[in-house]
Design a protein around this ligand. Structure first.
Ligand SMILES: [Fe+2]
Length: 409
């Protein structure tokens, strides 16, 4: 066989053939699947990722972030491809990916070959890149929350209710409405250690059907740890980081800024659902260090974006209590709660989309509209439906938030 570079090879052949040959030529590559498929992992590049996608104009570059722990890793090659489609090679320059040939508009998975010393990895982030011809002035986006894969609670209230089937139906509705993107305010999963796979179930459901990218942040259920005697044996949030990359992020659709906030930033022992720390285990935390980095992130888009949308799981106003059986739980601890609200005010955040309480609520804090997104597939709060939102934007303003009811108790 005539020798060609890996990059040339990728340009001229399909992904399946490329991964098969990489086994033959690069035996050091760590594959997670015996089929030779790329691992769903974000060891070197943490954004764009499945949870923090990039939406770029055709032929334009888009930025990426290296993992602080993977900063020593080098990117051997990068490309985007739609399933079964032709790959588009990305060159790497100054923290940006630059398509060598303009990809046509559509949804793409991001593929990376990275190495650290003699260790090589072949990684994939599904639905991580959307290429558009132009950014629309009038468009629609979807908002979902609290999908809760693995949660049995609602199936005891509605006969034959399936989280997976309900979520698939919602993805179909979002596809039919031709949304530009979706935001998801967390709680993809239920409890560890069962949830070892459940955040991936959420990703798989979207990957198999969605025609849009989804900006996702973790909820408390995606951050639970398990263990006893002070020893943590499983951390769902660590699994999130390994699979989906970034936890706090700044992304955009044209002049709309989309700012992801991890509101469950407590130490692993405080997130231990079996560890006996009581009801506060569910509540929101934002650390001082995180607030500093969010401040810088928000400041960067303050002047350049017409519409600034933040999303997180817990609502820091604590106006709506989380009712769980006989307990009324305050959604946010005092760790960073008021500081996060002040940050929204200081950086003129227009909207904060959140979840957690499984209901439909709207309120205002200073100039920020706080929109609670209902549960997409779990037990709703009393008197509230299982539902999703369709959000209409016109010339940098949200003009309508439509509730699409899926089920009522
Ligand atoms: Fe939830």
């Amino acid at each position: 066989m005539e020798f060609i570079t890996r990059r040339e090879f990728i340009k001229s052949t399909g992904i399946a053939a490329a991964s098969a040959v990489s086994i033959a030529f690069l035996p050091g590559i760590a594959f997670s699947a015996s089929s030779g498929e790329a691992a769903f992992a974000a060891s070197a590049v943490i954004q764009p990722s499945f949870a923090a996608p990039a939406i770029a104009l055709s032929g334009q570059s888009f930025p990426f972030r290296l993992s602080p722990s993977g900063a020593r890793a080098s990117i051997d090659s990068a490309w985007i491809a739609s399933p079964g489609g032709k790959p588009f090679v990305l060159s790497v320059e100054n923290g940006h990916f630059i398509p060598t040939v303009p990809p046509p508009p559509g949804m793409y998975d991001l593929y990376l070959e990275v190495s650290m010393g003699s260790n090589k990895r072949f990684e994939k982030q599904p639905l991580a890149v959307k290429i558009v011809e132009r950014f629309k002035t009038d468009y629609c986006f979807g908002a979902i929350s609290d999908v809760h894969f693995g949660d049995p609670r609602i199936s005891s209230m509605i006969k034959d209710f399936s989280v997976e089937e309900t979520f698939k139906k919602e993805i179909q509705i979002l596809n039919e409405n031709q949304i530009e993107f979706c935001v998801c305010c967390g709680d993809l999963s239920f409890l560890p250690p069962r949830s070892k796979k459940e955040i991936i179930d959420y990703a798989d459901a979207l990957t198999s059907a969605a025609k849009f990218p989804t900006f996702t942040v973790p909820g408390n259920h995606d951050g639970y740890t398990s263990g006893a005697g002070g020893k943590i044996n499983f951390d769902t949030l660590a699994q999130w980081t390994r699979s989906f990359g970034v936890l706090d992020y700044s992304a955009s659709y044209g002049d709309t800024a989309i700012l992801g906030v991890n509101t469950y930033n407590a130490s692993p022992d405080k997130r231990n659902i079996f560890g006996g720390l009581g009801e506060v285990v569910d509540s929101g935390y934002v650390t001082d260090e995180q607030l500093l980095s969010l401040d810088a992130m928000f400041a960067e888009v303050k002047q350049t974006s017409k519409l600034k949308i933040a999303l997180g799981h817990h609502n820091p106003t604590n106006t709506v209590k989380d009712v769980n059986g006989p307990f009324e739980i305050v959604p946010f601890t005092e760790t960073g709660r008021l500081e996060l609200l002040s940050l929204f005010e200081k950086q003129s955040i227009d909207y904060f989309f959140c979840g957690h309480v499984h209901g439909i609520y709207r309120e205002r804090y200073a100039n920020t509209e706080i929109v609670t997104v209902p549960t997409a597939a779990s037990r709703p709060a009393d008197g509230h439906p299982v539902a999703i939102y369709l959000v209409k934007v016109s010339d940098g303003k949200i003009t309508d938030i439509e509730t699409v009811k899926i089920a009522e108790l």
